[in-house]
Write a protein that binds this ligand. Structure first.
Ligand code: COA
Length: 462
């Protein structure tokens, strides 16, 4: 691939101008909704609708052909029926467009392999890159670009999300908003005729707006290249893969969905493990891990401290820590003595540090501060069980205050267990940048995944 082609990829994320070919006058049509999202999400570059049957849409002048636009076009989004795509794609080439997103279905996913090859040929001829075909678009929050027909509202954040599934990708855009999870990007890769996961990994590796790369994957076209690229990218930032088709039935479903050869699942797992790729089993798990990784610094060393107000939660967390290879440190006497100041005589400093059911918000805030400030502690897991004598909102604020004030180079992960007030506490913590989960197991799993990555990247000290 020429260097012009690989450097053209950046225009998928930083276009100065976007043409929407097949911008429709009819609400509900894909070409209408994409234009609406581009405008509504606040894209600050030039927007050029293209449609030979219209003159004005949403107050914008419409051009009959991309060649009629009196300006350079960096990115074109094509949303016309498959049979017209080669013609408009060729026009894009003549125009000097750098990247084209082909929304249209009707190519290799339904057996039209030849037609898809033809698109790649056209693109190569002009040095253009293609995303798709058969995709729902691209979103990049730093450029305020939402060229998708998914939801318009997405929270800005640091997770780059690549999806091989259309409907699932769109649904997860909405779900992340509900869960208060911020995204830097959403890229629908569809049939991966040209741009595939490894190209995007290379871009996101150097993208300061993305801290974690999360991929929903059914199969790979070029597995060897993916592994080679992932090996390098994983040294810089975590890659989480939700690889579907784990079961025989799932693999069959993937084959008929995106034509992916799911491959032997064991081979994927082994290859991922070797190059530091973290494989998640579920959507929840993948985003749980990502939430901790984007908001927290990596672990400082192998010593984990658990702070709790309930013995039972502590025991569950201790088991989960063992399962996820987290090392609960034996507290040195001077450190144990500091924790004892914040607990009644019947508390415990055996790690889990048990502040007991009497723990107040001050006790939480102060003991978290002790753990944050002691450089022998590499990561902290805080658990809270709701009691009638404490207020989850106050506890959450107190923990967050210590975290923000300490600016410590280590991760803090929290779990609140209880009813509706706990949910409010969790929300508050997450909004303040402290990852918080409704069960100790999920919190420990997120920290465990972060450790796995940090060990691979050689960041965590023994
Ligand atoms: N250049 C630009 N626009 C053109 C055109 C051309 N040469 N020829 C026609 N158009 C216009 C049409 O007039 C229409 O605008 P209008 O509604 O204002 O009349 C618009 O382009 C769209 O064309 P239309 O024929 O109405 O197609 P459509 O919107 O019904 O379907 C697709 C187009 C791409 C959405 C459809 O073919 C498709 O592939 N759907 C599946 C998409 C999908 O699911 N992708 C994967 C998601 S993961």
């Amino acid at each position: 691939m020429s260097s012009r082609m690989s450097s053209n990829l950046k225009y998928l994320f930083y276009p100065r101008s976007v043409a929407i070919i097949g911008a429709s006058r009819t609400p509900g049509k894909i070409g209408y909704e994409i234009l609406r999202n581009i405008i509504g999400f606040g894209f600050e570059g030039k927007i050029y609708p293209v449609n030979p049957n219209a003159t004005e849409i949403m107050g914008l002048k419409v051009y009959p052909n991309v060649l009629d636009i009196p300006d350079e076009v960096d990115l074109a989004v094509i949303s016309v029926p498959a049979r017209i795509v080669p013609k408009v794609l060729n026009d894009c080439g003549l125009k000097g467009v750098k990247v084209v997103v082909i929304i249209s279905s009707g190519f290799s996913e339904v057996g039209n392999v030849e037609a898809e090859h033809k698109l790649v040929e056209i693109a190569r001829k002009y040095g253009m890159r293609i995303l798709g075909p058969n995709v729902f678009g691209v979103l990049y929050t730093p450029s305020k670009l939402n060229a998708t027909f998914g939801p318009m509202k997405v929270l800005k954040g640091y997770i780059a999300f690549i999806s091989q599934s259309g409907a699932l990708g769109i649904a997860l855009m909405g779900w992340t908003f509900l869960e208060r999870i911020g995204l830097s990007s959403v890229v629908s890769v569809g049939n991966k005729a040209d741009i595939e996961d490894s190209d995007l990994l290379e871009f996101f590796m150097n993208d300061k707006n993305s801290r974690v790369i999360l991929i929903y994957m059914e199969g790979l076209k070029n597995g060897k290249r993916f592994i080679e690229v992932a090996r390098e990218v994983s040294k810089v930032k975590p890659i989480i893969v939700l690889k579907a088709g784990r079961s025989e039935r799932g693999a069959l479903a993937a084959a008929s969905h995106t034509g992916s050869l799911a491959g032997s699942d064991e081979i994927y797992s082994a290859a991922f493990r070797q190059v530091g790729v973290l494989r998640a089993k579920s959507i929840q798990e993948a985003f749980d891990w990502a939430r901790t990784m984007v908001s927290q610094p990596p672990p400082l060393n192998e010593n984990v401290v658990v702070i709790t107000n309930g013995g039972g939660a502590g025991v569950i967390a201790a088991d989960a820590c063992a399962e996820y290879n987290l090392n609960l440190m034996d507290l040195p006497e001077d450190l144990a003595a500091k924790f004892r100041e914040y607990m009644p005589p019947f508390g415990s400093t055996r790690n889990p540090v048990d502040l007991t059911g009497e723990a107040t918000e001050e006790a939480y805030g102060d003991s978290v501060k002790v753990a944050l400030e002691d450089s022998r502690v590499g990561a902290i897991l805080v658990l809270y069980c709701h009691t009638a004598i404490s207020d989850p909102g106050m506890i959450a604020r107190s923990i967050a205050r210590s975290f923000i004030e300490a600016r410590a180079p280590k991760p803090l992960v929290v779990s609140f267990i209880g009813g509706v007030e706990c949910y409010e506490g969790l929300k508050l913590l997450n909004d303040l940048g402290v990852p918080a989960y409704p069960s100790p197991d999920r919190a420990a799993a997120a920290l465990g995944a972060y450790y796995r990555w940090a060990r691979y990247a050689g960041i965590v000290k023994k």
